[in-house]
Design a protein around this ligand. Sequence first.
Ligand code: TRP
Length: 335
Amino acid sequence: MSKDIKIVMTGDRPTGRLHLGHFVGSIQNRVKLQDEAEQSFYMIADLQALTDNANNPEKVSSNVLEVALDNLACGVDPKKTIMFVQSKIPEIAELTVLFLNLVTLARLKRNPTVKDEMRQKGFGENVPAGFLAYPVSQAADILFCKSNLIPVGEDQLPVIEQVNEIVDDFNRFYGKTFDRVKHLVGDTPRLLGIDGNVKMSKSLNNGIYLSDSFEEISKKVMSMYTDPKHIHVKDKGEVKGNVVFSYLDIFDPNKEEVAELKTQYKKGGLGDVIIKKRLIGVLENIIGPIRKKREELAKNPKEVMKILEEGTNQAQKIAQETMVEVRKALKINYF
Ligand code: TRP
């Protein structure tokens, strides 16, 4: 494979609707790259979602359509991107089993992303083995289609690092088969939650969703964390750590006006309501068209599932080709 050929691959766990953090961290890059890449893949990672939802398969299966809608509404285009469902490609599971032999338990336990998530979910030693090993199955997601450029949120970088270790070991043991992969993080690698928490996250309940109504957006922005000492309009306000300004910095196209507002806010005389109203307008300009397209698409869920079915068939062919090569490399191509 020539070095400059880009095969892009990425995915989401179907555990809920997607929010603005996903949008700036990865979805915008997906939409951009599908025009530049030789081939793009978008996967709904239902098996990965099951690794910590084994007792709640309904939650996972019901969200497959939701994340597909979110991505289509943002402009992921099935004509340019092969959109598919992880569990429908058994070759990914087969490749995962082979990769598991290349990774030690100690290494799995050291992965900072997994460690963080384990802490968040309170797993401790009772972590499901499948969850601990999800970076290995993610290596299979990425490598079955020989992809080499992975748009992900910043939190996923340790996973990508582990994927490259698997690539190196595989090639060393069985002959050169896979290329190392590169990650690509969006311009805003991490979006604050509306409560000022360092991360927008479904489990923290601090997100603005790509499907939120205008009323929901308004309510959330009005509740945003600003500067607790900025009580009266005339008071001097702090811009640093102020969620409203950090969102304006990211989403408001008029940087000059935002700079002026900041100066005024710091001097005193600018109320929170004014900057919040501005942000509501800015966010509605972005989410409004996405919401509208999403509502249109949601009228025909069968058509969306058809897109996933067709994409899955395409991905499956590629997976089968890769597995012929992989089984040969491992000398398990008996007959
Ligand atoms: N782990 C990713 C997340 O939680 C989802 C994912 C699964 C993924 N397989 C992938 C991302 C392959 C990129 C490539 O966001």
